[in-house]
Design a protein around this ligand. Structure first.
Ligand code: GLU
Length: 423
């Protein structure tokens, strides 16, 4: 294998580098299945596409897009599409790999995939956003499909973007293929409960972790980084359970209120203008977010946020990874040494893909469930997965992250072995 390929030679602390070191840590627990572990260290398939669109001012702009299918041993690829100015192939590779681990950890019949476009969608008009979405979908249309790879929302993408993706794919195949993407609007084959599912999963796993730690949620101080679909929903549910949200950071800045931020006022303002516009807290420099005294830390933004230095200074006893890949490996070790419990991304934020799975099943059966049914099933899947992982962690005296990888990788590599090598 060439040493020049980025998938064997990652940059230190990059998302792909972090993922590879997470895989290395699980090898001692894989037994004879370790023979297949190299499978997990490279994507099955990666597509780079040029996405040209005519901008409103008449110029032609080119954007770079990706769809990576990391693993399909257990089923079709599954994973979101992100629109962000920092998207790279290496990042999308890591995000697709985390989807492989995540779908296996909660035992959904999927592999892992992810997509993205390097673009700042905040700088696009609605019309430009639609064009970029449609052209990207058409370009990746050669590898996605309801039975092969099913995209969904991720950072800066939403139900409207999924509707355009579904329509574009459907126009190209000459039918209406609702099952090609999940996270769609309700009247287009979307599922009740999908929008809040990721935040809800963070809450459900976090509540159980707090219970096991003997931490009372009433009065618990929580700091949330990222206040989009994941962070704000999790914050609301924790506040309902009696916790105080003492610090929130988003792309506009950081606000702190040691008495607890009033979420009913903060959320509508944050959705429109960003948290910085909210008057019910003190604006502090972004780095001070990590110094805020708290019991629970919820990183719900981007990768690589919990560095070694930040891991050293956090006062949190519990970290709930709403984001994908928020903790670099050196920080993971420091948190473990300091006795800080981390509920890893690949279980903590799996609520979104779990309800995506419900959506996909509902689309195929053309029979839709009510919200209670969805939430009951979601909570059950998340709790079962967490309990199993917890038992594995206790048995081997390993972190919840390595235990999650042990459970997930055994499922993936067993499927790999049973299918055998082709040809
Ligand atoms: N983007 C979400 C994630 O990172 C959801 C993916 C999906 O629903 O397929 O898990």
């Amino acid at each position: 294998m060439s040493e020049k390929l980025s998938f064997v030679n990652p940059t230190a602390n990059s998302p792909w580098g972090t993922y590879l070191s997470q895989v290395d840590r699980v090898v001692p627990y894989l037994g004879p299945l370790a023979r297949w572990v190299e499978t997990l260290k490279r994507p099955k398939r990666a597509l780079i596409v040029d996405v040209p669109i005519e901008m409103d001012d008449g110029t032609i702009a080119h954007f770079e897009g990706y769809r990576v299918q990391h693993n399909m041993s257990r089923g079709p690829g599954k994973g979101g599409v992100r629109f962000h100015p920092d998207v790279t192939l290496e990042e999308v590779m890591a995000l697709s790999a985390w989807m492989t681990i995540k779908t296996a950890a909660v035992n959904l019949p999927y592999g892992g995939a992810k997509g993205g476009i390097r673009v700042d969608p905040k700088k696009l008009s609605l019309q430009e956003l639609e064009k970029i979405t449609r052209r990207y979908t058409s370009e990746i249309g050669i590898i996605i499909g309801p039975h092969t790879d099913i995209p969904a929302p991720d950072v800066n993408t939403n139900g409207q973007i999924m509707a355009w993706m579904m329509d574009t794919y459907s126009m190209n195949v000459g039918g209406t293929a609702t099952g090609v993407v999940t996270g769609k609007p309700l009247h287009l084959g979307g599922s009740l409960g999908r929008v809040k599912a990721t935040g809800r999963g963070v809450f459900v796993t976090g509540r159980e972790a707090a219970r096991r730690l003997g931490m009372d949620l009433r009065g618990a101080r929580i700091a949330v980084q990222g206040f989009g679909n994941v962070g704000s929903v999790a914050a609301e549910l924790f506040a309902e359970a009696g916790a105080k949200i003492v610090a929130v950071q988003d792309h506009t800045g950081t606000i702190v209120n040691t008495n607890g931020l009033d979420l009913s006022k903060l959320i509508p303002i944050a959705n429109k203008e960003g948290v910085i516009a909210f008057k019910g807290g003190d604006v502090v420099p972004n780095e001070a977010f990590w110094d805020t005294a708290c019991d629970i830390l919820i990183p719900a933004a981007l990768e690589g946020q919990i560095t070694a230095e930040r891991a050293q200074k956090t006062t949190a006893k519990l970290v709930l990874e709403g984001a994908n890949g928020p903790t670099v490996s050196s920080a993971d070790d420091i948190l473990a040494e300091r006795g800080v419990l981390v509920v890893p991304d690949v279980i903590c934020n799996a609520g979104g893909v779990t309800v995506s799975y419900f959506e996909w099943v509902q689309d195929f059966s053309s029979f839709f469930w009510d919200e209670d049914e969805i939430n009951v099933r979601l909570d059950r899947i998340m709790m079962n997965a967490l309990n199993q992982i917890w038992d594995t962690a206790d048995k081997h005296k390993i972190t919840l992250r390595t235990a999650t990888y042990a459970v997930a990788c055994e499922r993936i590599l067993m499927a790999r072995q049973e299918r055998g090598l082709y040809p």
